[in-house]
Design a protein around this ligand. Sequence first.
Ligand code: GLN
Length: 313
Amino acid sequence: MKVDSSAVQAAVNAAHRDFRPDQGGENASYIPYLASVNPALFGISVVTVDGEVFETGDSNFEFALESISKVFSMARAMDEVGLPQFHDKVGADPTGEPFNSVIAVALHGDKPLSPLVNAGAMSTVSLIPAGSAEERWQKILATQSAFAGREIKMSDAVNNSEQSTNFHNRAIAWLLYSGGTMYSDPMEACDVYTRQCSTLVTAVDLATMGATIAARGTNPVTKKAAISHPDIVPPMLAEMTMEGLYTASGDWAYRVGLPGKSGVGGGVLAVMPGVLAIAAFSPPLDAAGNSVRARKAVAQIASALNLNLYNAS
Ligand code: GLN
């Protein structure tokens, strides 16, 4: 399926115009850095599997990747560990709970419910084969960079802000450990997880990362493979469908019909496999932790371009 370039740019522009005035939501405040980001920022980008890039607004502003990082660590773990082995250790279920839920640990000895919420994400990090936490972190950073097609860097300001307030995540890491579903030192996994959330991307980077998923793991701009096993892509998309927007995931699937992922930094990503990815960024979040403007913009662009996985022809 091909999309018309002028239709994509028109949809991107219209979404920016329509939702820029939206004053809904509030910046995440539990991470001090995120509370300090200008709430008026709003950027949108679309990247196609042919490497065409569309953008508008604050599309070059670097924001914290946060939870969207979970998609790329999941990719690395699936790619290195193997799909059956990964699925044996981390589930693909909607949690019905907030992203930082303790319930998602699966407290009764089962596997964590999803790699896309904090609990399963820390297990996922711990599953990535490495001789040290530093090596594991470098693999994750390299994976984010390969999907983005440029060198992604961690922000010390974001990381310090998170590391000094992430007590709840540390508690989850110990719960995973006590339940036998943490596969490295739990505090190291929490530390690496916190770093992976603290990298900076633009809306264009995020759309490129999504387009790499849409193109079965080959970055459409650099033409380089970001993963070794393209067959991990369908399960990645399934995980995103189940839990990508937390408690709003079902509503998102119902209304938009595209695998997505959000982060408390204000980014939202949606992927139409084989076609393109849509990314938007704006800091104010709704109660589920999804950016208000970005969520609306991505949904409107998908609808304008007739992109719905459940309505594909
Ligand atoms: N670093 C954040 C956390 O662990 C990421 C959460 C998110 O983006 N939903 O709480």
